[in-house]
Write a protein that binds this ligand. Structure first.
Ligand code: SIN
Length: 342
């Protein structure tokens, strides 16, 4: 019998396999290099602008490593999604194409449910409460949540607390009914929007401005600094100050890359990261306050402040999300997060 010609599907599969092999080859040869061949390069990709909490933290990390470990390790930051979006950066990290990322905790949802605790609405009253939880044994355990995927969390960085932006003032949850909300790729955030009667749409950060501008989505949730730096306020007439959820990042490395580093370098990089984390988490609040002030000064959107009674309506409308995800997250983890504020 004559062998049949490969069809388009088979050719595509072969091409994909070839690309995968090339990627692996690049990964094996491109990182964790012996110091005698020049400095070890840490390519660090992220999606926000340099003047954001994450942008500032990444730049400081780069400056300190390049100064203190000169000739041995060199960090190269790729901000503003110039290299790739968050989803692709998680895959690129796993393949060893880049060595470090700081993706929003919400966006690891496709790999682990352990970070869902951070997305529960109104769980943390403020960033200090989040910090106490992240520093607790339960919080520190979460750094290892993706070790079965070859990814290791090194530290948490804050952005800030989230607010809603919309074409109308969202004083109470019923105002959100039937609005299309852009959300990050998280099932908890999806349920949160469903609970207020909205229509959630998962979407990459780089696509949000245009989606808001063209009306592909009506509304979104984010921190002041992201709303300002990504110019969402230009196309959203109302920003409602809810502080309804935490927005933070996990600084993540490829486990094999990390463990292959010479011990003394790993220890020095960890010490620099600890120093940067303290500095960055202190900065994040003031960067968000400054962003809010710049939005007010622009006159482009109105900031809506809520009364305690209105906030209580948001709290009770979104509370069912906790029950829905308690099994995934673990009641003990939710309790640990609730204990942290005391
Ligand atoms: C980020 O801050 O890294 C991205 C924000 C978003 O996706 O909304």
């Amino acid at each position: 019998m004559m062998a049949s010609k490969p069809g388009i599907k088979e050719l595509t599969r072969q091409a994909l396999r070839f690309v995968l092999l090339l990627t692996l080859l690049f990964a094996l040869t491109g990182c964790g290099r012996d110091e005698s061949n020049g400095p070890i390069v840490i390519k660090f990709s992220h999606v926000t602008a340099p003047a954001t909490p994450k942008g500032q933290a990444a730049d400081r990390f780069q400056a300190l490593v390049n100064e203190r470990l000169e000739g041995r390790v060199r960090v190269k930051i790729y901000p503003s999604g110039q290299l790739m979006n968050d989803d692709d950066s998680i895959d690129a990290l796993a393949f060893g194409e880049i060595q470090m990322i700081a993706v929003s905790l919400s966006k690891f949802d496709r790999l682990t449910h352990r970070f869902q605790v951070f997305d529960l609405p109104f769980l943390f009253p403020d960033l200090r409460a989040v910090e106490r939880f992240q520093g607790s044994p339960e919080g520190q355990q979460l750094l290892l949540a993706m070790s079965d995927r070859g990814l290791l969390g090194l530290t948490f960085w804050h952005n800030g607390m989230k607010q809603f932006s919309a074409p109308l003032p969202l004083r109470t949850p019923d105002a959100a009914k039937d609005l299309k909300f852009r959300i990050m790729e998280s099932d908890v955030l999806q349920e949160q929007i469903l609970q207020i009667g909205g229509n959630p749409q998962k979407m990459a950060f780089g696509e949000v401005y245009q989606a808001l501008q063209t009306g592909a989505v009506d509304a979104q949730e984010n921190t002041w600094s992201n709303i300002y730096s990504a110019k969402f306020y230009e196309v959203q007439p109302f920003l409602t100050e809810t502080n309804h959820g935490y927005f933070g990042y996990l600084v993540t490395v490829n486990s094999s890359f990390w463990t292959a580093l010479p011990d003394e370098l790993r220890v020095e990089i960890e010490a620099i990261l600890d120093e940067v984390t303290v500095w960055a988490n202190e900065q994040s609040a003031s960067i968000n306050i400054a962003a809010k002030e710049k939005i007010i000064a622009s006159g482009s959107s109105e900031i809506v402040s809520l009364s305690d009674a209105e906030l209580e309506q948001w709290r009770s409308a979104t509370r069912p999300v906790w029950n829905r995800f308690e099994k995934n997250i673990g009641a003990d983890m939710i309790e640990a997060a609730q204990r942290a504020p005391q």
